[in-house]
Design a binder for this molecule. Sequence first.
Ligand SMILES: Nc1ncnc2c1ncn2[C@@H]1O[C@H](COP(=O)(O)OP(=O)(O)OP(=O)(O)O)[C@@H](O)[C@H]1O
Length: 610
Amino acid sequence: MARKPKHVPETTKHLDRFKYTQDQAIEKPFNWAQMTRLLRYVKPYWKKLLPISIIAMLIATIVRLIVPILIGRVAIDVAIADGNTNLLIQLVVGIAIMYLLSYIANMLRIKYVNILGQNVIYDLREHLFSHVQKLSHKFFDNRSAGSILVRIMNDINSLQELFTNGIINLLMDIVMLTGIIVILFALSPKLALAILVIMPLMFYISTKLRRNIRRSWQDVRIQQSKLNSHLNESLQGVRITQSFSQERENSEYFDGVNSENFEAWNVATRKSAMFRPFVEMSNAIGTVILVAYGAFLILQGDITSGTFVTFAFFIGMFWEPISRLGQMYNQLLMAMAASERIFEFLDEKPNVKELENAKEIKDMKGNIKFDNVQFAYDEKRIALHDINLEMKQGETVALVGHTGSGKSTIANLISRFYDPTKGSVKIDGVDLKDATIDSVRQQISVVLQDTFIFSGTIMENIRFGRPDASDEEVIEAAKVVGADEFIQRLNSGYETEVEERGSILSAGERQLLSFARALLADPRILILDEATASIDTETEMKIQEALGLLLEGRTAIIIAHRLSTIREADTIYVLENGRILEYGSHSELMEKKGEYFELVKAQFQMLDAI
Ligand SMILES: Nc1ncnc2c1ncn2[C@@H]1O[C@H](COP(=O)(O)OP(=O)(O)OP(=O)(O)O)[C@@H](O)[C@H]1O
Protein backbone atom coordinates (compact mmCIF):
# COMPACT_ATOMS: atom_id res chain seq x y z
CA MET A 1 0.00 0.00 0.00
CA ALA A 2 1.26 3.43 -0.89
CA ARG A 3 2.23 5.73 1.90
CA LYS A 4 0.61 9.12 2.31
CA PRO A 5 2.82 12.16 2.77
CA LYS A 6 2.82 13.25 6.39
CA HIS A 7 1.99 16.88 5.68
CA VAL A 8 -0.92 16.79 3.31
CA PRO A 9 -0.99 20.26 1.74
CA GLU A 10 -4.26 21.92 0.77
CA THR A 11 -2.65 23.33 -2.33
CA THR A 12 0.64 22.45 -3.95
CA LYS A 13 1.17 25.86 -5.57
CA HIS A 14 3.86 26.72 -3.05
CA LEU A 15 5.78 23.62 -4.17
CA ASP A 16 6.01 24.78 -7.79
CA ARG A 17 9.53 26.01 -7.30
CA PHE A 18 10.81 22.45 -7.09
CA LYS A 19 11.57 21.41 -10.63
CA TYR A 20 13.81 18.46 -11.38
CA THR A 21 13.62 17.62 -15.03
CA GLN A 22 13.96 14.10 -16.32
CA ASP A 23 14.47 14.50 -20.01
CA GLN A 24 16.43 11.35 -20.56
CA ALA A 25 14.70 8.77 -22.77
CA ILE A 26 15.34 5.33 -21.34
CA GLU A 27 15.19 3.40 -24.60
CA LYS A 28 15.49 4.12 -28.32
CA PRO A 29 14.89 1.98 -31.43
CA PHE A 30 17.73 -0.18 -32.61
CA ASN A 31 20.14 1.66 -34.85
CA TRP A 32 22.85 -0.13 -36.82
CA ALA A 33 25.06 2.90 -37.33
CA GLN A 34 25.15 3.49 -33.60
CA MET A 35 25.80 -0.17 -32.88
CA THR A 36 28.68 -0.24 -35.34
CA ARG A 37 30.11 2.84 -33.72
CA LEU A 38 29.86 1.20 -30.29
CA LEU A 39 31.49 -1.96 -31.58
CA ARG A 40 34.46 0.11 -32.69
CA TYR A 41 35.37 0.35 -29.02
CA VAL A 42 35.51 -3.44 -28.86
CA LYS A 43 37.83 -3.66 -31.85
CA PRO A 44 41.17 -3.15 -30.07
CA TYR A 45 40.43 -6.15 -27.85
CA TRP A 46 38.55 -8.18 -30.43
CA LYS A 47 41.46 -10.32 -31.58
CA LYS A 48 42.99 -10.89 -28.19
CA LEU A 49 39.99 -11.58 -26.01
CA LEU A 50 37.03 -12.57 -28.15
CA PRO A 51 38.31 -15.85 -29.71
CA ILE A 52 39.27 -17.32 -26.35
CA SER A 53 35.90 -16.24 -24.85
CA ILE A 54 34.00 -17.76 -27.78
CA ILE A 55 35.94 -21.04 -27.63
CA ALA A 56 35.37 -21.25 -23.86
CA MET A 57 31.67 -20.49 -24.36
CA LEU A 58 31.38 -23.16 -27.06
CA ILE A 59 33.06 -25.80 -24.87
CA ALA A 60 30.72 -25.10 -21.94
CA THR A 61 27.64 -25.05 -24.17
CA ILE A 62 28.54 -28.25 -25.98
CA VAL A 63 29.07 -30.04 -22.65
CA ARG A 64 25.64 -28.89 -21.49
CA LEU A 65 24.11 -30.20 -24.70
CA ILE A 66 25.93 -33.53 -24.78
CA VAL A 67 25.44 -34.66 -21.18
CA PRO A 68 21.63 -35.12 -21.39
CA ILE A 69 22.10 -37.18 -24.58
CA LEU A 70 24.76 -39.31 -22.93
CA ILE A 71 22.51 -39.90 -19.93
CA GLY A 72 19.36 -40.63 -21.91
CA ARG A 73 20.56 -42.32 -25.06
CA VAL A 74 23.73 -44.03 -23.82
CA ALA A 75 23.43 -44.57 -20.05
CA ILE A 76 19.73 -45.52 -19.96
CA ASP A 77 19.12 -46.95 -23.41
CA VAL A 78 22.41 -48.83 -23.81
CA ALA A 79 24.43 -49.27 -20.60
CA ILE A 80 21.54 -49.83 -18.17
CA ALA A 81 19.43 -51.73 -20.69
CA ASP A 82 22.34 -54.08 -21.45
CA GLY A 83 23.64 -54.18 -17.88
CA ASN A 84 27.01 -52.92 -19.19
CA THR A 85 28.74 -51.69 -16.01
CA ASN A 86 32.00 -50.96 -17.78
CA LEU A 87 30.31 -48.57 -20.17
CA LEU A 88 28.46 -47.00 -17.23
CA ILE A 89 31.72 -46.39 -15.36
CA GLN A 90 33.32 -44.94 -18.48
CA LEU A 91 30.32 -42.68 -18.88
CA VAL A 92 30.45 -41.45 -15.29
CA VAL A 93 34.17 -40.66 -15.61
CA GLY A 94 33.61 -39.08 -19.04
CA ILE A 95 30.79 -36.86 -17.78
CA ALA A 96 32.83 -35.83 -14.73
CA ILE A 97 35.75 -34.84 -16.96
CA MET A 98 33.42 -32.94 -19.28
CA TYR A 99 31.92 -31.03 -16.38
CA LEU A 100 35.39 -30.18 -15.13
CA LEU A 101 36.28 -28.94 -18.59
CA SER A 102 33.12 -26.88 -18.78
CA TYR A 103 33.83 -25.45 -15.32
CA ILE A 104 37.28 -24.28 -16.44
CA ALA A 105 35.86 -22.99 -19.74
CA ASN A 106 33.19 -21.01 -17.88
CA MET A 107 35.77 -19.50 -15.58
CA LEU A 108 37.84 -18.42 -18.55
CA ARG A 109 34.81 -17.06 -20.38
CA ILE A 110 33.70 -14.95 -17.41
CA LYS A 111 37.24 -13.71 -16.86
CA TYR A 112 37.93 -12.70 -20.46
CA VAL A 113 34.49 -11.31 -21.12
CA ASN A 114 34.82 -9.11 -18.05
CA ILE A 115 38.27 -7.91 -19.07
CA LEU A 116 36.83 -7.07 -22.49
CA GLY A 117 33.83 -5.24 -21.03
CA GLN A 118 35.84 -3.32 -18.47
CA ASN A 119 38.36 -2.23 -21.08
CA VAL A 120 35.63 -1.00 -23.39
CA ILE A 121 33.90 0.91 -20.59
CA TYR A 122 37.23 2.34 -19.43
CA ASP A 123 38.09 3.57 -22.92
CA LEU A 124 34.66 4.99 -23.55
CA ARG A 125 34.61 6.86 -20.24
CA GLU A 126 38.15 8.13 -20.77
CA HIS A 127 37.32 9.27 -24.29
CA LEU A 128 34.14 11.04 -23.19
CA PHE A 129 35.77 12.76 -20.22
CA SER A 130 38.79 13.99 -22.13
CA HIS A 131 36.52 15.20 -24.91
CA VAL A 132 34.13 17.03 -22.57
CA GLN A 133 37.09 18.68 -20.82
CA LYS A 134 38.17 20.21 -24.11
CA LEU A 135 34.78 21.65 -24.96
CA SER A 136 34.35 25.38 -24.89
CA HIS A 137 32.66 27.47 -22.24
CA LYS A 138 29.61 27.74 -24.46
CA PHE A 139 28.94 24.02 -24.04
CA PHE A 140 28.95 24.35 -20.25
CA ASP A 141 26.87 27.55 -20.37
CA ASN A 142 23.90 25.52 -21.58
CA ARG A 143 24.14 22.42 -19.40
CA SER A 144 24.08 21.66 -15.73
CA ALA A 145 27.05 19.82 -14.26
CA GLY A 146 24.58 17.16 -13.06
CA SER A 147 23.41 16.29 -16.56
CA ILE A 148 27.00 15.94 -17.79
CA LEU A 149 27.81 13.77 -14.79
CA VAL A 150 24.88 11.48 -15.56
CA ARG A 151 26.22 10.84 -19.06
CA ILE A 152 29.75 10.13 -17.97
CA MET A 153 28.64 7.83 -15.16
CA ASN A 154 25.15 6.36 -15.59
CA ASP A 155 24.89 6.20 -19.36
CA ILE A 156 28.26 4.54 -19.67
CA ASN A 157 27.41 2.17 -16.80
CA SER A 158 24.28 1.14 -18.59
CA LEU A 159 26.42 -0.03 -21.52
CA GLN A 160 28.56 -2.10 -19.20
CA GLU A 161 26.24 -5.12 -19.08
CA LEU A 162 26.03 -5.13 -22.87
CA PHE A 163 29.77 -5.30 -23.28
CA THR A 164 30.57 -7.64 -20.42
CA ASN A 165 27.97 -10.34 -20.83
CA GLY A 166 25.67 -9.19 -23.57
CA ILE A 167 27.66 -10.07 -26.67
CA ILE A 168 28.87 -13.46 -25.44
CA ASN A 169 25.53 -14.35 -23.87
CA LEU A 170 23.82 -13.56 -27.13
CA LEU A 171 26.09 -15.99 -29.00
CA MET A 172 25.81 -18.57 -26.22
CA ASP A 173 22.04 -18.40 -26.14
CA ILE A 174 21.73 -18.66 -29.89
CA VAL A 175 24.07 -21.69 -29.98
CA MET A 176 22.28 -23.30 -27.03
CA LEU A 177 18.78 -22.75 -28.34
CA THR A 178 19.64 -23.91 -31.85
CA GLY A 179 21.44 -26.91 -30.37
CA ILE A 180 18.46 -27.88 -28.20
CA ILE A 181 15.96 -27.51 -31.05
CA VAL A 182 18.11 -29.51 -33.48
CA ILE A 183 18.72 -32.27 -30.92
CA LEU A 184 15.07 -32.50 -29.87
CA PHE A 185 13.91 -32.72 -33.48
CA ALA A 186 16.58 -35.29 -34.26
CA LEU A 187 15.50 -37.42 -31.31
CA SER A 188 11.74 -37.21 -31.84
CA PRO A 189 10.18 -34.68 -34.20
CA LYS A 190 6.68 -35.35 -32.84
CA LEU A 191 7.53 -34.80 -29.17
CA ALA A 192 9.76 -31.86 -30.08
CA LEU A 193 6.94 -30.19 -31.95
CA ALA A 194 4.45 -30.79 -29.14
CA ILE A 195 6.75 -29.21 -26.57
CA LEU A 196 8.21 -26.42 -28.67
CA VAL A 197 4.88 -25.26 -30.03
CA ILE A 198 4.32 -23.20 -26.90
CA MET A 199 7.78 -21.62 -27.15
CA PRO A 200 6.93 -18.56 -29.31
CA LEU A 201 4.03 -17.69 -27.04
CA MET A 202 6.14 -18.05 -23.94
CA PHE A 203 8.91 -16.02 -25.56
CA TYR A 204 6.43 -13.28 -26.35
CA ILE A 205 4.91 -13.23 -22.89
CA SER A 206 8.26 -13.38 -21.15
CA THR A 207 9.70 -10.51 -23.21
CA LYS A 208 6.61 -8.39 -22.58
CA LEU A 209 6.61 -9.20 -18.90
CA ARG A 210 10.28 -8.44 -18.56
CA ARG A 211 9.89 -5.13 -20.32
CA ASN A 212 6.99 -4.25 -18.10
CA ILE A 213 9.01 -5.10 -15.03
CA ARG A 214 11.98 -3.13 -16.30
CA ARG A 215 9.82 -0.07 -16.93
CA SER A 216 8.57 -0.25 -13.37
CA TRP A 217 12.13 -0.29 -12.12
CA GLN A 218 12.85 2.68 -14.33
CA ASP A 219 10.03 4.50 -12.58
CA VAL A 220 11.72 3.68 -9.31
CA ARG A 221 14.99 5.04 -10.67
CA ILE A 222 13.31 8.25 -11.84
CA GLN A 223 11.75 8.74 -8.42
CA GLN A 224 15.07 8.06 -6.76
CA SER A 225 16.87 10.49 -8.99
CA LYS A 226 14.25 13.13 -8.14
CA LEU A 227 14.82 12.33 -4.49
CA ASN A 228 18.57 12.65 -5.01
CA SER A 229 18.32 15.96 -6.83
CA HIS A 230 16.06 17.37 -4.15
CA LEU A 231 18.26 16.04 -1.38
CA ASN A 232 21.36 17.40 -3.04
CA GLU A 233 19.85 20.86 -3.52
CA SER A 234 18.39 20.89 0.00
CA LEU A 235 21.69 19.99 1.61
CA GLN A 236 23.71 22.43 -0.49
CA GLY A 237 21.24 25.19 0.14
CA VAL A 238 20.43 24.31 3.75
CA ARG A 239 21.73 27.64 5.05
CA ILE A 240 19.50 29.63 2.71
CA THR A 241 16.55 27.31 3.43
CA GLN A 242 16.94 27.91 7.15
CA SER A 243 17.38 31.62 6.79
CA PHE A 244 14.14 31.89 4.78
CA SER A 245 12.36 29.36 7.04
CA GLN A 246 11.50 27.13 4.10
CA GLU A 247 12.12 23.83 5.91
CA ARG A 248 8.43 22.97 5.95
CA GLU A 249 8.04 23.32 2.16
CA ASN A 250 11.17 21.29 1.69
CA SER A 251 9.85 18.52 3.91
CA GLU A 252 6.48 18.57 2.18
CA TYR A 253 8.07 18.12 -1.18
CA PHE A 254 10.42 15.48 0.16
CA ASP A 255 7.51 13.55 1.69
CA GLY A 256 5.69 13.67 -1.63
CA VAL A 257 8.61 12.34 -3.66
CA ASN A 258 9.45 9.83 -0.96
CA SER A 259 5.97 8.37 -1.02
CA GLU A 260 5.95 8.29 -4.84
CA ASN A 261 9.23 6.43 -4.62
CA PHE A 262 7.66 4.04 -2.12
CA GLU A 263 4.72 3.42 -4.42
CA ALA A 264 6.88 2.94 -7.52
CA TRP A 265 8.96 0.47 -5.55
CA ASN A 266 5.84 -1.43 -4.52
CA VAL A 267 4.62 -1.75 -8.09
CA ALA A 268 8.02 -2.87 -9.31
CA THR A 269 8.48 -5.55 -6.67
CA ARG A 270 4.93 -6.81 -7.22
CA LYS A 271 5.56 -7.20 -10.94
CA SER A 272 9.01 -8.71 -10.42
CA ALA A 273 7.51 -11.32 -8.14
CA MET A 274 5.45 -12.55 -11.11
CA PHE A 275 8.41 -13.51 -13.27
CA ARG A 276 9.80 -16.55 -11.45
CA PRO A 277 6.38 -18.23 -11.12
CA PHE A 278 5.84 -17.55 -14.83
CA VAL A 279 9.06 -19.39 -15.73
CA GLU A 280 8.09 -22.24 -13.41
CA MET A 281 4.66 -22.39 -14.96
CA SER A 282 6.18 -22.62 -18.44
CA ASN A 283 8.39 -25.44 -17.22
CA ALA A 284 5.32 -27.10 -15.75
CA ILE A 285 3.39 -26.87 -19.03
CA GLY A 286 6.36 -28.39 -20.87
CA THR A 287 6.62 -31.15 -18.27
CA VAL A 288 2.90 -31.95 -18.45
CA ILE A 289 3.08 -32.22 -22.26
CA LEU A 290 6.20 -34.36 -21.96
CA VAL A 291 4.73 -36.73 -19.40
CA ALA A 292 1.39 -37.07 -21.18
CA TYR A 293 2.52 -37.23 -24.78
CA GLY A 294 6.00 -38.69 -24.10
CA ALA A 295 4.57 -41.60 -22.12
CA PHE A 296 2.08 -42.21 -24.92
CA LEU A 297 4.92 -42.25 -27.47
CA ILE A 298 6.93 -44.69 -25.30
CA LEU A 299 3.90 -47.00 -25.11
CA GLN A 300 3.53 -46.70 -28.89
CA GLY A 301 7.17 -47.70 -29.21
CA ASP A 302 7.90 -44.42 -30.96
CA ILE A 303 10.60 -43.26 -28.53
CA THR A 304 12.84 -44.92 -25.94
CA SER A 305 12.82 -44.11 -22.21
CA GLY A 306 16.28 -42.60 -22.73
CA THR A 307 14.86 -40.11 -25.22
CA PHE A 308 12.15 -39.30 -22.68
CA VAL A 309 14.80 -38.55 -20.02
CA THR A 310 16.86 -36.48 -22.47
CA PHE A 311 13.76 -34.42 -23.25
CA ALA A 312 13.13 -33.96 -19.53
CA PHE A 313 16.63 -32.50 -19.15
CA PHE A 314 16.22 -30.14 -22.08
CA ILE A 315 12.84 -28.79 -20.95
CA GLY A 316 14.56 -27.34 -17.91
CA MET A 317 17.27 -25.86 -20.11
CA PHE A 318 15.64 -23.94 -22.89
CA TRP A 319 13.92 -21.40 -20.70
CA GLU A 320 17.11 -19.76 -19.64
CA PRO A 321 18.27 -18.75 -23.15
CA ILE A 322 14.76 -17.75 -24.21
CA SER A 323 14.23 -15.35 -21.37
CA ARG A 324 17.79 -14.05 -21.65
CA LEU A 325 17.35 -13.32 -25.34
CA GLY A 326 14.28 -11.26 -24.50
CA GLN A 327 16.27 -9.41 -21.89
CA MET A 328 19.07 -8.88 -24.35
CA TYR A 329 16.68 -7.15 -26.72
CA ASN A 330 15.57 -4.80 -23.95
CA GLN A 331 19.16 -4.20 -23.04
CA LEU A 332 19.96 -3.26 -26.62
CA LEU A 333 17.19 -0.65 -26.70
CA MET A 334 18.50 0.86 -23.48
CA ALA A 335 22.03 0.83 -24.88
CA MET A 336 20.73 2.70 -27.92
CA ALA A 337 19.35 5.49 -25.75
CA ALA A 338 22.49 5.70 -23.63
CA SER A 339 24.88 5.59 -26.58
CA GLU A 340 22.89 8.22 -28.46
CA ARG A 341 23.42 10.60 -25.54
CA ILE A 342 27.10 9.67 -25.25
CA PHE A 343 27.70 10.18 -28.97
CA GLU A 344 25.85 13.50 -28.86
CA PHE A 345 28.55 14.75 -26.48
CA LEU A 346 31.34 13.10 -28.42
CA ASP A 347 30.15 14.77 -31.62
CA GLU A 348 30.07 18.15 -29.95
CA LYS A 349 32.91 20.24 -31.36
CA PRO A 350 34.61 22.94 -29.31
CA ASN A 351 33.29 26.34 -30.39
CA VAL A 352 36.76 27.70 -29.99
CA LYS A 353 38.65 25.79 -32.65
CA GLU A 354 42.35 25.52 -33.13
CA LEU A 355 43.54 25.85 -36.71
CA GLU A 356 45.65 23.03 -38.09
CA ASN A 357 48.55 25.37 -38.71
CA ALA A 358 47.99 27.35 -35.48
CA LYS A 359 51.15 28.98 -34.19
CA GLU A 360 52.47 29.13 -30.69
CA ILE A 361 52.84 32.51 -29.09
CA LYS A 362 56.24 31.93 -27.56
CA ASP A 363 57.61 34.26 -24.88
CA MET A 364 54.48 36.34 -24.80
CA LYS A 365 55.08 40.00 -24.16
CA GLY A 366 51.53 40.91 -23.34
CA ASN A 367 50.47 43.51 -25.92
CA ILE A 368 46.73 43.13 -26.31
CA LYS A 369 44.65 44.72 -29.05
CA PHE A 370 40.89 44.58 -29.69
CA ASP A 371 40.00 45.55 -33.26
CA ASN A 372 36.32 46.34 -33.80
CA VAL A 373 35.29 43.43 -31.64
CA GLN A 374 31.68 42.40 -31.50
CA PHE A 375 30.56 39.47 -29.39
CA ALA A 376 27.27 37.75 -28.56
CA TYR A 377 26.80 34.76 -26.23
CA ASP A 378 23.57 34.02 -28.03
CA GLU A 379 22.03 35.44 -31.20
CA LYS A 380 19.50 37.59 -29.41
CA ARG A 381 21.73 39.70 -27.23
CA ILE A 382 24.96 41.38 -28.19
CA ALA A 383 27.29 41.57 -25.19
CA LEU A 384 30.03 43.67 -26.81
CA HIS A 385 29.65 46.25 -29.62
CA ASP A 386 32.54 47.42 -31.69
CA ILE A 387 35.21 47.40 -29.02
CA ASN A 388 38.61 48.93 -29.79
CA LEU A 389 41.18 48.93 -27.07
CA GLU A 390 44.86 48.51 -26.58
CA MET A 391 46.79 47.26 -23.60
CA LYS A 392 50.56 47.61 -23.77
CA GLN A 393 53.09 45.21 -22.34
CA GLY A 394 53.43 45.72 -18.58
CA GLU A 395 50.50 48.12 -18.35
CA THR A 396 47.73 47.88 -15.81
CA VAL A 397 44.35 48.45 -17.35
CA ALA A 398 41.11 48.68 -15.43
CA LEU A 399 37.64 47.92 -16.71
CA VAL A 400 34.79 49.56 -14.85
CA GLY A 401 31.10 49.88 -15.45
CA HIS A 402 27.72 48.73 -14.26
CA THR A 403 26.77 45.11 -13.73
CA GLY A 404 26.35 43.34 -17.04
CA SER A 405 28.21 46.01 -19.03
CA GLY A 406 30.61 43.47 -20.56
CA LYS A 407 33.75 43.62 -18.40
CA SER A 408 34.07 39.87 -17.81
CA THR A 409 33.25 39.24 -21.44
CA ILE A 410 36.33 41.22 -22.48
CA ALA A 411 38.39 39.09 -20.09
CA ASN A 412 36.85 35.91 -21.53
CA LEU A 413 37.88 36.95 -25.03
CA ILE A 414 41.47 37.63 -23.96
CA SER A 415 41.73 34.10 -22.53
CA ARG A 416 40.04 32.88 -25.70
CA PHE A 417 37.25 31.11 -23.87
CA TYR A 418 35.13 32.46 -26.72
CA ASP A 419 35.96 33.85 -30.15
CA PRO A 420 34.61 37.26 -31.18
CA THR A 421 31.61 37.25 -33.50
CA LYS A 422 33.24 40.06 -35.50
CA GLY A 423 36.64 41.74 -35.41
CA SER A 424 39.76 40.34 -33.83
CA VAL A 425 41.60 40.06 -30.54
CA LYS A 426 45.36 40.08 -30.94
CA ILE A 427 48.15 39.35 -28.52
CA ASP A 428 51.61 40.51 -29.59
CA GLY A 429 50.15 41.12 -33.03
CA VAL A 430 48.90 37.53 -33.47
CA ASP A 431 45.17 37.07 -33.97
CA LEU A 432 44.10 34.63 -31.23
CA LYS A 433 42.23 32.61 -33.83
CA ASP A 434 45.60 31.77 -35.42
CA ALA A 435 47.30 30.84 -32.15
CA THR A 436 47.37 27.54 -30.27
CA ILE A 437 44.97 27.63 -27.35
CA ASP A 438 47.50 26.19 -24.89
CA SER A 439 50.19 28.72 -25.70
CA VAL A 440 47.72 31.54 -24.99
CA ARG A 441 46.20 30.16 -21.81
CA GLN A 442 49.48 28.97 -20.31
CA GLN A 443 50.68 32.57 -20.21
CA ILE A 444 47.49 34.06 -18.82
CA SER A 445 46.19 33.70 -15.26
CA VAL A 446 42.73 34.61 -14.14
CA VAL A 447 41.80 35.36 -10.55
CA LEU A 448 38.06 35.39 -10.04
CA GLN A 449 35.90 36.60 -7.21
CA ASP A 450 34.59 33.12 -6.53
CA THR A 451 37.72 31.15 -6.95
CA PHE A 452 37.56 27.39 -7.22
CA ILE A 453 39.30 25.42 -4.53
CA PHE A 454 39.83 21.74 -5.25
CA SER A 455 39.68 19.15 -2.52
CA GLY A 456 43.23 18.50 -1.35
CA THR A 457 45.74 20.38 0.79
CA ILE A 458 46.37 24.12 0.72
CA MET A 459 49.82 23.35 -0.65
CA GLU A 460 48.37 21.39 -3.57
CA ASN A 461 45.81 24.06 -4.26
CA ILE A 462 48.41 26.78 -4.63
CA ARG A 463 50.67 24.47 -6.62
CA PHE A 464 47.85 24.14 -9.15
CA GLY A 465 49.28 27.37 -10.63
CA ARG A 466 52.53 25.58 -11.51
CA PRO A 467 52.61 21.84 -10.88
CA ASP A 468 56.40 21.61 -10.83
CA ALA A 469 56.86 24.28 -8.14
CA SER A 470 58.72 23.23 -4.97
CA ASP A 471 57.20 23.56 -1.47
CA GLU A 472 59.47 26.53 -0.82
CA GLU A 473 58.26 28.31 -3.95
CA VAL A 474 54.65 27.71 -2.93
CA ILE A 475 55.26 29.13 0.55
CA GLU A 476 57.16 32.09 -0.91
CA ALA A 477 54.22 32.90 -3.20
CA ALA A 478 51.81 32.68 -0.28
CA LYS A 479 54.03 35.02 1.74
CA VAL A 480 54.19 37.60 -1.04
CA VAL A 481 50.41 37.87 -1.33
CA GLY A 482 49.92 37.82 2.45
CA ALA A 483 48.23 34.42 2.61
CA ASP A 484 50.95 32.81 4.72
CA GLU A 485 49.67 34.37 7.92
CA PHE A 486 46.24 32.74 7.87
CA ILE A 487 47.59 29.46 6.50
CA GLN A 488 50.02 29.18 9.45
CA ARG A 489 47.07 29.60 11.80
CA LEU A 490 45.24 26.58 10.33
CA ASN A 491 45.52 23.27 12.20
CA SER A 492 47.95 21.63 9.81
CA GLY A 493 49.26 24.75 8.08
CA TYR A 494 49.98 24.15 4.40
CA GLU A 495 49.02 20.48 4.79
CA THR A 496 45.46 21.35 5.91
CA GLU A 497 42.96 19.47 3.82
CA VAL A 498 40.33 21.75 2.33
CA GLU A 499 37.11 20.06 1.47
CA GLU A 500 35.46 20.37 -1.90
CA ARG A 501 35.16 24.07 -2.89
CA GLY A 502 37.14 25.09 0.19
CA SER A 503 34.16 25.59 2.47
CA ILE A 504 36.33 25.73 5.59
CA LEU A 505 37.92 28.93 4.29
CA SER A 506 36.42 32.38 4.18
CA ALA A 507 35.77 33.98 0.79
CA GLY A 508 38.67 36.39 1.36
CA GLU A 509 41.02 33.57 2.30
CA ARG A 510 40.07 31.70 -0.85
CA GLN A 511 40.91 34.81 -2.84
CA LEU A 512 44.31 35.12 -1.20
CA LEU A 513 44.98 31.50 -2.15
CA SER A 514 44.13 32.24 -5.74
CA PHE A 515 46.48 35.23 -5.71
CA ALA A 516 49.23 32.91 -4.57
CA ARG A 517 48.27 30.45 -7.30
CA ALA A 518 48.44 33.19 -9.93
CA LEU A 519 51.78 34.51 -8.67
CA LEU A 520 53.26 31.02 -8.78
CA ALA A 521 52.07 30.57 -12.35
CA ASP A 522 54.06 33.68 -13.27
CA PRO A 523 51.86 34.62 -16.23
CA ARG A 524 52.54 37.33 -18.80
CA ILE A 525 48.96 38.53 -18.61
CA LEU A 526 47.04 38.63 -15.37
CA ILE A 527 43.31 39.13 -15.18
CA LEU A 528 41.81 40.04 -11.84
CA ASP A 529 38.03 39.82 -12.12
CA GLU A 530 36.58 41.21 -8.92
CA ALA A 531 39.53 39.51 -7.31
CA THR A 532 39.60 41.66 -4.20
CA ALA A 533 35.85 41.94 -3.72
CA SER A 534 35.78 39.61 -0.74
CA ILE A 535 38.85 40.99 0.98
CA ASP A 536 38.27 43.55 3.70
CA THR A 537 39.69 47.02 3.14
CA GLU A 538 42.37 46.59 5.79
CA THR A 539 43.65 43.34 4.28
CA GLU A 540 43.36 44.87 0.87
CA MET A 541 45.54 47.76 1.88
CA LYS A 542 48.01 45.26 3.24
CA ILE A 543 48.11 43.35 0.00
CA GLN A 544 48.20 46.45 -2.18
CA GLU A 545 51.95 46.27 -1.97
CA ALA A 546 51.87 42.57 -2.79
CA LEU A 547 49.50 43.35 -5.60
CA GLY A 548 52.08 45.77 -6.89
CA LEU A 549 54.57 42.89 -6.93
CA LEU A 550 52.03 40.63 -8.57
CA LEU A 551 51.37 43.09 -11.35
CA GLU A 552 54.97 44.09 -11.93
CA GLY A 553 56.25 43.35 -15.41
CA ARG A 554 52.97 41.88 -16.62
CA THR A 555 50.03 43.22 -18.49
CA ALA A 556 47.22 43.30 -15.99
CA ILE A 557 43.51 43.70 -16.50
CA ILE A 558 41.66 44.61 -13.35
CA ILE A 559 37.90 44.45 -13.14
CA ALA A 560 36.60 46.03 -9.99
CA HIS A 561 33.48 47.64 -8.65
CA ARG A 562 35.40 49.10 -5.74
CA LEU A 563 36.98 51.99 -7.59
CA SER A 564 39.58 52.73 -4.90
CA THR A 565 41.43 49.63 -6.09
CA ILE A 566 42.01 50.83 -9.63
CA ARG A 567 43.13 54.41 -9.14
CA GLU A 568 46.70 53.57 -10.02
CA ALA A 569 45.83 51.87 -13.30
CA ASP A 570 47.54 53.24 -16.40
CA THR A 571 44.29 53.31 -18.34
CA ILE A 572 40.74 52.95 -17.14
CA TYR A 573 38.03 51.91 -19.62
CA VAL A 574 34.46 52.72 -18.68
CA LEU A 575 31.91 50.38 -20.22
CA GLU A 576 28.18 50.60 -20.59
CA ASN A 577 25.91 48.10 -22.33
CA GLY A 578 28.81 46.50 -24.13
CA ARG A 579 30.34 49.77 -25.39
CA ILE A 580 33.33 51.81 -24.29
CA LEU A 581 32.03 55.15 -23.02
CA GLU A 582 35.34 56.75 -22.17
CA TYR A 583 38.89 55.94 -21.19
CA GLY A 584 41.95 57.54 -19.70
CA SER A 585 43.88 57.69 -16.43
CA HIS A 586 42.06 58.31 -13.14
CA SER A 587 42.95 61.98 -13.10
CA GLU A 588 42.08 62.49 -16.75
CA LEU A 589 38.69 60.88 -16.29
CA MET A 590 38.01 62.79 -13.08
CA GLU A 591 38.76 66.01 -14.88
CA LYS A 592 36.47 65.04 -17.71
CA LYS A 593 33.59 64.78 -15.25
CA GLY A 594 31.91 62.09 -17.30
CA GLU A 595 30.53 58.69 -16.35
CA TYR A 596 33.63 57.67 -14.38
CA PHE A 597 33.42 60.83 -12.31
CA GLU A 598 29.77 60.00 -11.58
CA LEU A 599 30.64 56.45 -10.54
CA VAL A 600 33.37 57.65 -8.18
CA LYS A 601 31.07 60.34 -6.78
CA ALA A 602 28.33 57.77 -6.15
CA GLN A 603 30.74 55.56 -4.25
CA PHE A 604 31.96 58.45 -2.13
CA GLN A 605 28.40 59.47 -1.34
CA MET A 606 27.71 55.93 -0.25
CA LEU A 607 30.75 55.92 2.00
CA ASP A 608 29.72 59.28 3.45
CA ALA A 609 26.29 57.90 4.17
CA ILE A 610 27.93 55.15 6.22
N1 LIG B 1 27.60 32.66 -20.35
C1 LIG B 1 26.74 33.59 -20.77
N2 LIG B 1 25.73 33.26 -21.61
C2 LIG B 1 24.86 34.19 -22.05
N3 LIG B 1 24.93 35.50 -21.71
C3 LIG B 1 25.91 35.89 -20.86
C4 LIG B 1 26.86 34.94 -20.35
N4 LIG B 1 27.72 35.60 -19.54
C5 LIG B 1 27.31 36.89 -19.55
N5 LIG B 1 26.25 37.05 -20.34
C6 LIG B 1 25.55 38.32 -20.63
O1 LIG B 1 26.48 39.19 -21.25
C7 LIG B 1 26.40 40.51 -20.73
C8 LIG B 1 27.74 40.98 -20.21
O2 LIG B 1 28.09 40.18 -19.09
P1 LIG B 1 29.47 40.33 -18.32
O3 LIG B 1 29.58 39.15 -17.41
O4 LIG B 1 30.56 40.58 -19.25
O5 LIG B 1 29.19 41.63 -17.46
P2 LIG B 1 30.10 42.31 -16.35
O6 LIG B 1 30.27 43.73 -16.75
O7 LIG B 1 31.31 41.52 -16.10
O8 LIG B 1 29.10 42.24 -15.10
P3 LIG B 1 29.45 42.10 -13.52
O9 LIG B 1 29.96 43.40 -13.07
O10 LIG B 1 28.11 41.81 -12.94
O11 LIG B 1 30.40 40.98 -13.39
C9 LIG B 1 25.29 40.46 -19.69
O12 LIG B 1 24.12 40.96 -20.27
C10 LIG B 1 25.14 39.01 -19.35
O13 LIG B 1 23.79 38.72 -19.03
